[in-house]
Design a protein around this ligand. Structure first.
Ligand code: HEC
Length: 112
């Protein structure tokens, strides 16, 4: 009986640790997992998929200006939700995750 209680407690502890880790996953990690295949970890879109899809570099001056503007996080969120190029991407992220990704993209676009 004791053993079972201990086992149950460790399962619960493990579950708590795992979900904590997911919640702590930051925008960078999410971006690298979900967006970097096309946009590249640097945002340069210099990956095979990015080139094939003709994604622009986040550092291209006109786009960089848009992505670092005051309202950029809303712009990025909207784009991921509505741009047809993101049809298969949008399903992979929750609103909360997308918000942290957008905050990271803003930083990435501002970093030369
Ligand atoms: C399957 C490849 C692919 C993936 C994965 C992808 N994108 Fe894109 N993204 C594109 C392409 C292609 C464009 C260019 C779209 C266009 O010109 O209409 C683009 C454009 C953008 C733009 C610029 C929009 C603008 O205003 O011009 C942003 C910001 C962006 N993506 C963010 C993201 C984020 C954030 C993710 C991850 C949640 C992501 N993308 C995942 C292909 C991708």
């Amino acid at each position: 009986m004791r053993k079972w209680i201990a086992l149950g407690a460790s399962v619960l502890l493990l579950a708590a640790l795992t979900s904590g880790r997911v919640a702590a996953a930051d925008g960078k990690e999410l971006f690298n997992n979900v967006c970097a295949a096309c946009h590249g970890e640097t945002g340069n879109a210099d990956t095979k998929k990015g080139k094939a899809a003709k994604a622009k570099s986040f550092h291209e001056p006109e786009l960089a200006a848009k992505l670092t503007a005051a309202d950029s996080e809303a712009v990025i969120t909207k784009n991921v939700r509505t741009n047809k190029k993101h049809k298969n991407v949008t399903k992979k992220v929750t609103d909360e995750e997308l918000a942290s990704i957008a905050a990271y993209v803003k930083v990435l676009a501002a970093t030369p």
